[in-house]
Structures are given as structure tokens and as C-alpha cells.
Design a protein around this ligand. Structure first.
Ligand SMILES: Nc1ncnc2c1ncn2[C@@H]1O[C@H](COP(=O)(O)OP(=O)(O)OP(=O)(O)O)[C@@H](O)[C@H]1O
Length: 268
């Protein structure tokens, strides 16, 4: 497949549409440590190899998501999708550039994000609700709906460290979804859990979209992304390779995965 022209072809928000998420030239670097033992360190030092190196996970990434838009972030493993979501959510600070978010933000960016393992499901609803911006009265008003949606039954009064990964995710998703965020950031959470709950989540996200909320979603499931998003941003090595229609972004993902597999086979 011919590679699409980079971001120039972007279907960025229509001129004048207010931004819900504005990412401006964001750069993020991590330090990679190569030596984790004294022996290893000595060997590398003798060979005059560096013990650590700076690695650029995001390289001047810019993104303008309009209010009411649903945007998918795609890319092969390690391309920077989760790092970008973490920076948008404020969990990670960028090393360069800046991010602005308008309205209430809820992020499901790590499995069990925001849930405290030693607290019960019930306690976590109040704690996590508060972290996501709900006061006690709002959490109380939504409590029954959160519990019903999460469907964790008698486990509600158990510490969440005893939950299965599916139950963990159901509770985290339910709390976040009931905060009524203006901007919802979702990273791969729908890969966890049973198919029925997944359907329920997808339906909920569809309702979100229909009500004009903003979503930025990372998932490896292209069918899911196509059903929720019309715009796809494809990242490669921490750069935006494509920002435009979801179909082109999804085709790029298929092509890049194929290329990766072929390169891995050739290297064997
Ligand atoms: N805390 C960290 N320290 C060092 N390197 C990191 C850290 N977090 C991420 N990285 C590296 O940054 C790069 C981008 O990671 P990121 O998790 O954002 O990719 P991704 O596109 O979400 O990948 P995946 O699809 O596998 O989840 C990867 O090479 C990863 O190893």
C-alpha cells in the first residue's frame, strides 16, 4: 500500500471548532538503563558502552481534538500511544510542548487505573469518584447506577485486590463512565473482561459519542475503533504518521503489522 502523506492530509477539527484536547509539539523522553547488575555494569564500562541512554518516546506530537470528536490512536507496539494518553491525562509530564484539556476529564489508561487494591469496591467508588472530580453528593446519587453497571455483586465489600482482572475493569470503567466526563480517555481497557460487559461498554461509549462528548481511544481492535471513531491518528516511533480518516489509519496498522512480522521472520 502506498504510504499516505504525513499529517498534511489531516482532518483536523473544522476551522473555528473549539478544541477539547489540544496537544502542541509534545515531546517525551525516557531513560533506558542497560545495566541492572554490578557485573553487567562493569562489562559495559570495560567495553566503553553507555550504561544508560535517552530514548524519545514522543517527538513533537501535535493533535487538536474538537469538542464532540472521537479519535482513535493507532500504531504498532511501542509507538507511543499510551505515553500520549498519559500525558493528555496529566499522569505523565511532557519534556517539551504543552497540553490543554477543556472540561472534566476521565481516563481509563491502565488496567485498574485509579483503584486502590487494599480498599473495597464500595470504598473505591467514593475514592475514585473524588479523584475523577465528583463530590460526595454526586457519588451518592450515582452510586446505585455504578454498582449496577459494574455488576460485581457480593464482591462489593471485598478489597479489590481479590477481584479478577475483568471485575477490576468493570468497576473502573463503571466509575469513570458515571462521572459524565467531557473528555474520556480510554486505553485498551476493553480488551479485558467478558464479551457481554465489553458489549455494554461499547454501547455506553456509543451513547457518549451520540451525546456530543469527546473521546480519545487506544485499542488494538480495529473493528472496535472503526465503529466508534471516524478519525484515526497513526503513531510511528513517537511521531504522527497519519492524522485523518480512520480507514486509512486502520489500513496503515494492518500494513505495518505485516511488515513487522515479515522483518521478524527474516531476522530468524
Ligand atoms: N516509564 C518508561 N520508561 C522507559 N521507557 C518507557 C516508559 N514508558 C514507555 N516507555 C517506552 O516508550 C515507548 C512507547 O511506549 P508506549 O507504551 O507509549 O507505546 P504503545 O504504542 O502504547 O505500545 P503498546 O501498543 O505496546 O501498548 C516504548 O518503547 C516503551 O518501551
Amino acid at each position: 500500500m502506498a504510504e499516505p502523506a504525513p499529517t498534511a492530509a489531516a482532518t483536523a477539527p473544522a476551522a473555528g471548532a473549539p478544541s477539547a484536547v489540544l496537544v502542541e509539539a509534545v515531546t517525551k523522553r525516557f531513560t533506558l538503563r542497560h545495566a541492572h547488575s554490578i557485573k553487567n555494569m562493569s562489562i559495559r564500562a570495560l567495553r566503553r558502552e553507555p550504561l544508560r541512554e535517552r530514548f524519545t518516546a514522543l517527538d513533537e506530537v501535535s493533535l487538536d481534538v474538537a469538542i464532540g470528536e472521537s479519535v482513535a490512536l493507532l500504531g504498532v507496539n511501542g509507538s507511543g500511544k499510551s505515553t500520549l494518553l498519559k500525558i493528555i491525562s496529566g499522569v505523565l509530564p511532557p519534556d517539551g510542548g504543552r497540553v490543554r484539556v477543556r472540561g472534566r476529564l476521565a481516563g481509563l489508561i491502565e488496567v485498574g487505573a485509579g483503584l486502590h487494591p487494599d480498599l473495597t469496591g464500595r470504598e473505591n467508588i467514593f475514592l475514585n469518584g473524588a479523584i475523577l472530580g465528583m463530590d460526595r453528593a454526586e457519588t451518592l446519587a450515582k452510586y446505585d447506577a455504578i454498582v449496577e453497571f459494574a455488576d460485581i455483586g457480593r464482591f462489593l465489600d471485598q478489597p479489590v485486590r481479590f477481584y479478577s482482572s475483568g471485575m477490576f475493569m468493570r468497576l473502573a470503567f463503571s466509575i469513570a463512565a458515571h462521572t459524565d466526563p467531557d473528555v474520556f480517555l480510554i486505553d485498551e481497557v476493553l480488551a479485558v473482561g467478558d464479551p457481554l460487559f465489553r458489549e455494554k461498554c461499547i454501547q455506553r461509549l456509543g451513547e457518549y459519542k451520540a451525546s456530543g462528548r469527546t473521546m480519545v481511544i487506544v485499542a488494538h481492535d480495529v473493528t472496535l475503533l472503526r465503529s466508534l471513531c471516524t478519525r484515526g491518528v497513526f503513531l510511528e516511533n513517537g511521531r504522527v504518521l497519519w492524522d485523518g480518516d480512520i480507514d486509512t489509519a486502520a489500513d496503515l496498522l494492518v500494513t505495518k503489522r505485516r511488515e513487522r512480522r515479515a522483518a521478524a521472520r527474516a531476522a530468524r
